[in-house]
Ligand binder design. Structure first.
Ligand SMILES: Cc1ncc(C[n+]2csc(CCOP(=O)(O)OP(=O)(O)O)c2C)c(N)n1
Length: 360
């Protein structure tokens, strides 16, 4: 982060101070968004699954803040914070969780499949590790097109023992693809700890198997995450070298809203991690550089209003059109291939979900 001071437009006001206040507002927005999403899910306004990232905000924001506008972002299903950090407005994220038309994926993706092409956010993927080959393919495309951009691909510690991990990292290294794999190690894949799942629990070391650079960072320290991600993305863009960045953090809530998160860990363990809360850490740092309690209160009020307005927009947004359900799913020209899926087909489908003329 810059430590420059702005001595021209606002004498005496530090740019760094303002940037840090803005970062705090983003961290708090993500935290409060998740708290509200949990409330809405429990009120049965959000369907499907809902995975919260409370506790992981510094990793999320630190990594995304290091991306350039041209870089591409791909994540797993714990993606609300990533969408917000990438600039997707909270109301468009909340509307997506509600399955509404104003959602960033038109209400057809839901919590796990947020998407915003205009911000080069390529999702939000629900299959563990399923995003790895997709992100690696995007990096291959960037290389072939000669674009000075890189992919940031988030994954969880539960994704490092599946085939797609090995295939993707192997090819990324072999073909020198511009990609940084951001491995969020929050100690658990559902209820299984890293220690019980991985023979080498220092996960960043596993990059060595692919002759790839790997390193570990304190995921509760926004600056360190931003610095490491920025350095590795620059290397990926300029030297076409992939890397693995492991961020150590913790999720405070259960695996999903349906999981209390206490069957596989104790309240004491959670309390111990809360002592390293990235938000509290950031707050103390702000107070230390002279930000007042009143300023922090003003931030909290703005965030509260933003989240309330996101819920209200989501509530008022209409349901998506059923006829458009398959829009964007099948390539033009594929109508013949999928004709057997239309109503009246031998397979007995009863509901028309394709727009007429789709794929013609
Ligand atoms: C291929 C596949 N296997 C199993 C699941 C079920 N599942 C959903 S989340 C999850 C745990 C993944 O944990 P991790 O990768 O550490 O991500 P985190 O939940 O910590 O963000 C599993 C096993 C799935 N979605 N996809």
């Amino acid at each position: 982060m810059s430590s420059a001071t702005d001595s021209t437009s606002k004498p005496g006001v530090s740019v760094e101070r303002e940037q840090r206040l803005a970062s705090y507002e983003q961290l708090l927005t993500i935290r409060q968004f998740e708290t509200e999403a949990e409330r809405q899910y429990k009120a049965a306004r959000i369907g499907g699954y809902c995975h919260l990232s409370s506790g992981q905000e510094a990793t999320t924001l630190g990594a995304v803040s290091a991306m350039s506008e041209d870089d591409l972002l791909v994540t797993g299903y714990r993606c609300h914070g990533f969408a917000i950090a990438r600039g997707v407005p909270c109301e468009r994220v909340m509307a997506e969780l509600f399955g509404r038309r104003d959602g960033c994926a038109g209400g057809r993706g839901g919590s796990m499949h947020l998407f915003d092409l205009s911000r080069r956010f390529y999702g939000g993927w629900g299959i563990v590790g399923g995003q790895l080959p997709l992100a690696t393919g995007l990096a291959l495309a960037l290389k072939r097109q000669g674009r000075a951009a890189a992919v940031l691909c988030e994954l969880g510690d539960g994704a490092v023992n599946i085939g797609a991990w090995h295939e993707s990292l192997n090819l990324a290294s072999l073909w020198r693809l511009p990609i940084v794999y951001l491995l969020i190690n929050n100690d658990f894949g559902m209820g299984t700890s890293v220690e019980r799942a991985s023979a080498e629990p220092a996960l960043y070391r596993r990059a060595a198997a692919f002759r790839m650079h790997g390193e570990r960072v304190d995921g509760n320290d926004l600056d360190r995450v931003a610095q490491a991600t920025g350095r590795l993305l620059a290397r990926a863009r300029e030297e076409r070298l992939p890397a693995l960045l492991e961020a150590l953090t913790y999720r405070y809530r259960g695996h999903s809203v349906a999981d209390a998160g206490l069957a596989y860990r104790t309240r004491e363990e959670i309390a111990a991690h809360l002592k390293a809360d990235p938000l509290e850490r950031f707050r103390s740092m702000l107070l230390g550089i002279g930000v007042s309690e009143q300023e922090l209160q003003a931030v909290a009020e703005r965030v509260q209003q933003r989240i309330a307005s996101a819920v209200s927009v989501a509530e008022q947004s209409p349901e998506p059109d059923v006829a458009g359900l398959a829009r964007g799913v099948y390539a033009p020209g594929s109508a013949k291939q999928f004709a057997r899926m239309l109503p009246g087909s031998a397979f007995g489908e009863r509901e028309l979900v394709f727009e007429s003329g789709l794929g013609e």
